[in-house]
Design a protein around this ligand. Structure first.
Ligand code: BTN
Length: 238
């Protein structure tokens, strides 16, 4: 269940706070982060007052066997929340980027608390960030304000994200796999596209063909062979 909502003017990282100081059901938000964490040890640019930096600490008893799907399910919750806010045209780039028109709109970072029974779900969304503020970001990105042409109310968005996320977290142990696959497919920006997967020093070129029930990306090659890729091992470029 939801516990407290903690809002800070500044933190190093909402994920770090939730990992070290949070308890089950705590929500943590910051206006800015001095050491925002991205996936693969990258930094998450976190300027003040314009974006959403949100972490939720959640405890599972027992741990569902499909826990590896949680980051994809979180992506679905974020996509649904944007739709609730009348934002459309976005999609999800496996494993957990929120995308719009080939540009990154947000990211998700899950971190485990020791044992897997507790996780911290971190969500970063570019809301009212304008090009100058994100000049240091080293990949194509956009923000909701740039899409909508007007500022977006962050509180409304956070409330929608929390509602959708809590709903999905409460139902997570009873995840309907077929429904999950359908929900993902509807928003999968890689589906049917030629992609480049980097696995160590190996470069794989193939057709992105959806995800399997373990949340792995299915790639089809010219010779008809198929590979299932885990998010821990590969990064994908469109
Ligand atoms: C990614 O690399 O795409 C994941 C980015 C996740 C950023 C969010 S912002 C809130 C939470 N706190 C962090 O330090 N990181 C996540």
């Amino acid at each position: 269940a939801l516990n407290d909502i903690h809002v800070f003017p500044e933190l190093d990282s909402t994920n770090r706070w939730a990992l070290q100081q949070g308890v089950c059901g705590d929500v943590c938000l910051a206006e800015q982060q001095s050491a925002g964490r991205g996936r693969r040890g990258r930094q998450w640019q976190s300027p003040s007052g314009v974006n959403v930096y949100l972490s939720v600490r959640w405890c599972f008893t027992p741990v569902p066997e499909h826990l590896p799907l949680l980051s994809l399910v979180t992506g679905l919750a974020v996509a649904e929340a944007l739709e609730d806010c009348a934002i459309h045209g976005h999609g999800l780039k496996w494993p957990n980027d929120v995308y719009y028109d080939g540009k990154k709109l947000g990211g998700i970072l899950l971190e485990a608390v020791g044992s897997l029974e507790q996780v911290v779900i971190g969500i970063g969304l570019n809301v009212n960030m304008l090009p100058e503020a994100g000049a240091e970001i080293d990949q194509p990105w956009t923000s909701l304000q740039q899409i909508a042409g007007k500022p977006v109310e962050r509180n409304v968005l956070v409330s929608a994200v929390l509602q959708r996320l809590l709903k999905r977290l409460r139902g997570f142990s009873r995840l309907d796999m077929a429904q999950f696959q359908t929900d993902w497919q509807q928003r999968d920006v890689l589906l049917g596209r030629q992609v480049q997967a980097l696995s160590g020093t190996e470069v794989l070129l193939g057709l992105a063909s959806g995800i399997n029930n373990q949340g792995q990306l299915i790639i089809e090659f010219n010779d008809g062979s198929i590979k299932n890729l885990s998010s821990a091992d590969v990064s994908v470029r469109m």
